[in-house]
Design a protein around this ligand. Structure first.
Ligand SMILES: Nc1ncnc2c1ncn2[C@@H]1O[C@H](COP(=O)(O)OP(=O)(O)OP(=O)(O)O)[C@@H](O)[C@H]1O
Length: 338
């Protein structure tokens, strides 16, 4: 089923002096999608989000959300779009329920409904047992849930989450993302989230956009990005042996479709155009090697990033080798932190 565009961004740019924070962005997000905006600090994710909410004026281009031009209709946008910044603030001395009732009133929920609605939201984000606890005593994971309840209370069509999993422990992240997925599936809410966490984003997003230096380098489902990037050698098999592999890669390169072989001690990685795992295993057995492990590698976001940087490096090497290398290293190191 082809859903309609709920976010439509055309030629969107934002410059601060000579800095292009967002550079000619074009992006469409369909109703019911979970879209992940990925990129390192300073890539322009927050600036894009602020323009989508009508909170920052674009230098050029347009951002439409729920059929509204965001920069011209910031107030109607606020009504339809729930925004959770990376640091949500609450009244620490008030309970979760009191905080939420306050937000409910601000959003125009009638007095006779506000308590029930607030309770319902707290239950839907899994804070049932903490309804009467003070927000100041909440863990970061609980605060994020309360933040989500805060956003849900106005029954938004779209939710925008800026770095929602920052500072939450792995189990908390898993639960939070599961909650997001549930909201998306059960209530059909479109979700746009920005993150540094590749693996988590991969689990929950139907599509991702890779953002670097204000520009969108690539966009699509993780599978599509992987298929496009790894066309030449889509199958990779990693064989682990009991002892170091002493032979050269020549014979392995003779096997049908094999394009690349890399040997690192007792681990051999074979890339190729077709899946020839049985032939590979047979080869090692014939060689008298003890095979202790065989693993087919699937491409995930980590590999996709890596490949984008390799390509980026090739493109830019001509112009300025050193600075691009530094860029690549710093980008990857930021992403590796999870
Ligand atoms: N109000 C501002 N004035 C000047 N420069 C700004 C302003 N807001 C953002 N920038 C710059 O624009 C660039 C993009 O910033 P932005 O906050 O959008 O990045 P981001 O991808 O959201 O990063 P983060 O993950 O750190 O939030 C950065 O270089 C930032 O320093």
């Amino acid at each position: 089923m082809m859903e309609q565009a709920i976010i439509a961004i055309h030629g969107l740019s934002k410059t601060y002096g000579s800095l292009k924070a967002v550079d000619n962005l074009n992006l469409t997000i369909r109703q019911g999608e979970i879209f992940g905006l990925l990129g390192p600090n300073g890539a322009g994710k927050s600036t894009t989000i602020l323009m989508l909410l009508g909170l920052t004026e674009p230098t050029a281009g347009t951002a439409h959300i729920c059929g509204l031009d965001a920069s011209r209709n910031p107030i109607p946008v606020k009504r339809k779009v729930g925004y959770m910044p990376d640091n949500v603030g609450f009244y620490n001395e008030l309970s979760a329920l009191e905080n939420l009732k306050y937000i409910g009133r601000l959003n125009g929920i009638p007095e006779n409904e506000v308590e029930n609605t607030a309770r319902e939201m707290l239950i839907s984000v899994g804070l049932e047992s903490a309804i009467h606890k003070k927000a100041g005593t909440f863990s970061r994971g609980m605060k994020q849930r309360l933040g989500l309840a805060d956003v849900l209370i106005k029954r938004p069509e779209v939710i925008i989450l800026d770095e929602p999993t920052l500072g939450i422990d792995p189990a908390g992240v898993r639960d939070f993302l599961e909650l997001i997925r549930q909201l998306n599936q059960e209530q059909g809410i479109t979700i746009l989230l920005s993150s540094h966490h590749l693996h988590q984003v991969q689990q929950v997003c139907s599509r991702v956009g890779i953002f670097v230096g204000g520009r969108l380098l690539a966009e699509g489902s993780v599978e599509t990005l992987a298929a496009n990037l790894f066309q030449a050698d889509p199958h990779v098999v990693q064989v682990t042996l009991r002892n170091a592999f002493k032979a050269s890669s020549e014979e392995l390169l003779q096997l049908p479709g094999v394009t690349k072989v890399s040997i690192a001690d007792a681990s051999v990685e074979i890339s190729g155009q077709q899946d020839i795992t049985p032939e590979i295993v047979r080869y090692f057995v014939h060689k008298g090697c003890d095979v202790t492990g065989v693993q087919k590698r699937t491409y995930g976001l980590d590999e996709i990033y890596q490949r984008y940087f390799e390509n980026n490096l090739k493109d830019k090497e001509v112009h300025n080798e050193q600075s691009t290398g530094l860029f690549q290293r710093s980008f990857l190191s930021r992403f590796k932190k999870r």
